[in-house]
Design a binder for this molecule. Structure first.
Ligand code: FDA
Length: 455
């Protein structure tokens, strides 16, 4: 690639939902932009691809009713949505490996356990209602809540192990994709507050409500169409230099962009891979060492037909005791084939990356067969989304603070450093860890720069 130098008002590093939203907003306001993207495609953690003839959502896919920024964007781009298949019974497997069919939100557990689960969900809803997702550190008990792991907090609340395992699952395995001892109660409350309430996380019909016809990557693809001259793929940025007059951003692809402002629109765990000159302030550098990505394998298994529907099953399956702790019917709109999607998170994912790919597949399909029966063992297409192996992401779904980090540093995460601004789903309040949050952060950072540029 030849060396080139260009000058724009704003240079954006990363063509994910956050970066492309910011670029569009800035352009609408009359500012010139350049988006440098490391990969040879746009979308980042949104990636709809065809694997062995099956269209798969390798990254993000679901839309929930509270995700207003995403919904507005879908409407503006003319994208259609459809409901996740949910007719019939869900299944739950308990610690003894017993499967029970059920309907509704609460897992089929013994009556005392159910009572305890409902009590804790109500308590968490009350606590979450007091948390501002944009400033969880401002809660009067924030420091205390950030000193205790979510697991230890749950142990203080109830002696019932099955209650603790299930309540932990909604945040740990299902959202932050870290063990419940690795993040604080405050971080757990932020996760729930960002989705409106803890109850929303319990309700799969709410949180995993809709999908986009043709795939969610269309959002960044369509946003990028409005920026064709301004997007440069295959340009990993390695250096950000700032002076009083502006910034210069240099990529591995041999491009230098001079601009008034820069937006880092990628996962914050990747900041240390960039050489900042002068260096970022020391507290920012400390803060970046206290956030890490979760770790989850998204498993896609496609069958000649959605055979579980014949048994009256919705495809929705949960168990904190299974390798795949949750699984769903993920059949594409209008597709005769049936697709299941399962998730293998944190320590289960660690364990499966210690064995061969063949062994991993065998164990994952066995886990799915516990929910759906032996037919689940023989998909016609099988694929594991492994974002831990993606150089420009390094985990999934997103980043969160370690114990004590959110209270100590959370307020600094989004704060700009002079001309350097930050935007990503991983630092959102509402929509945290989700595409909705990425869009909100893209809008937020663009509005801040527009205001600054006009001042
Ligand atoms: P994102 O990471 O997408 O974009 C950053 C971009 O910056 C990338 O394109 C990257 O290549 C680029 N980049 C990084 N470093 C660079 C450098 N040095 N130079 C240049 N470019 C660089 N959400 C949801 O709402 N519903 C869902 O169902 C799911 N499910 C889900 C499943 C899986 C498997 C994953 C991985 C994620 C989800 N998510 C999700 C989360 C959602 O996909 C995610 O929060 C957003 O897409 C993140 O968008 P951002 O733009 O913030 O970052």
């Amino acid at each position: 690639m030849t060396d080139s130098e260009i000058t724009r008002d704003v240079v954006i590093i990363g063509a994910g939902a956050a970066g492309l939203t910011a670029a569009n907003e800035l352009k609408k306001a009359g500012l010139s932009v350049a988006v440098l993207e490391a990969r040879d495609r746009v979308g980042g953690r949104l990636w709809t691809d065809v694997v062995d003839g099956a269209m798969l959502e390798i990254g993000g896919q679901w839309v929930s009713p509270d995700q207003e920024a995403l919904k507005e964007t879908l409407e503006e781009l003319g994208l259609e949505t459809y409901s996740r298949y949910r007719e019939g019974d869900s299944v739950y497997i308990n610690a003894d490996g017993e499967l029970t069919r059920f309907t509704g939100e609460i897992f089929p557990v013994p009556p005392e356990t159910e009572k305890e689960m409902v009590r804790l969900i109500e308590k968490l809803d009350e606590m979450v209602a007091e948390i501002d997702p944009d400033a969880p550190w401002a809660h009067p008990d924030a420091e205390a809540l950030d000193r205790i792991s979510f697991e230890a907090w749950l142990e203080e609340q109830t002696d019932d192990q099955e209650v603790r395992d299930n309540i932990a699952l909604f945040i740990a395995g299902a959202m932050l994709t870290k063990p419940a001892y690795a993040f604080s109660a405050l971080q757990a409350l932020l996760m729930a507050a960002s989705a409106g309430s803890f109850s929303h996380l319990v309700d799969a019909d709410y949180i995993l409500d809709e999908r986009v016809v043709g795939g969610l990557q269309q959002v960044p693809l369509l946003l990028a169409e409005r920026l064709t001259e301004d997007i440069f793929l295959g340009h990993p940025v390695h250096t950000v230099e700032t002076t009083d007059d502006g910034v210069s951003v240099i990529s591995d692809g041999g491009m230098t962009v001079h601009a008034r402002y820069v937006i880092l629109a990628h996962a914050p765990i990747l900041y240390p891979w960039i050489d900042f000159n002068p260096p970022l302030p020391r507290l920012k550098q400390q803060l970046h060492q206290h956030i890490s990505m979760g770790f989850v394998i998204k498993v896609h298994a496609v069958y000649d037909r959605p055979f579980w529907r014949e048994q009256g099953l919705s495809g929705t399956a949960f168990s904190p005791y299974e390798i795949s702790h949750e699984a769903y019917d993920n059949t594409n709109f209008g597709d005769e084939r049936g697709t299941l999607v399962g998730f293998v998170s944190d320590r289960n994912a660690d364990d499966l990356f210690r064995v061969s790919a063949e062994e991993r597949k065998t164990r994952i399909l066995e886990s799915l067969s516990h929910y759906y029966g032996p037919e689940a063992l023989k998909p016609i297409v099988y694929f594991e989304s492994d974002w831990g192996a993606e150089e420009w992401t390094r985990g999934a779904y997103a980043a969160s603070f370690d114990l004590g980090g959110l209270y100590r540093y959370g307020a600094d995460l989004r704060t700009p450093v002079g001309r350097i601004h930050f935007a990503c789903s991983d630092m959102a309040g509402a929509g945290y860890q989700h595409v909705d949050g990425a869009i909100r952060m893209g809008r937020f950072v663009a509005a801040s720069i527009i205001e600054e540029a006009r001042a």
